[in-house]
Ligand binder design. Sequence first.
Ligand code: FES
Length: 173
Amino acid sequence: MERKFNIWRGSAEKGEFKTYSIKLEQGMVVLDAIHRIQTEHSNDLAVRWNCKAGKCGSCSMEINGRPKLSCMTRMNEFAEDDIITIQPLKTFPIIKDLVTDVSWNYKQNKMIPPFKPRVKKNGKDHVMFQQDVVRRLQCFVRLQKCAVFTVVRRLQCLWNSQKTLVSRMLVLR
Ligand code: FES
């Protein structure tokens, strides 16, 4: 299926939308489509991405006027006859095509003090506490798979159902 894309090409001072048409395959996201456009039509199209898993935010762009992560935006979200418009985020200065200057984010990040867990009075810090909780959870998960625990639980169920049966018989008398 052929799909049309209007993609911003150029810098902040000078640029225009260019139309590209590519064939899509099932399961593609917008970032895949952009990569295909790079491969088939315009290998100088600038786009930034890193994780392709919705974690880093570097593939952020405006897709049909809305800020989105292109690696997490599925092509099947759009109508088949939709022409998809892709442009850089308006919040940041454009460097080239879909790439913006996000250095402001890094400056802000440096201003955030690093997390230092408080040391508790008994000398154990938060990490130790979390490890303790994790250990207990792991023990509980193992218990669910433990054969002995399963047998005991089944015997309890049997005992409970027999108690119910006996009490019902008493009621019936
Ligand atoms: S590539 Fe990292 S969020 Fe899209």
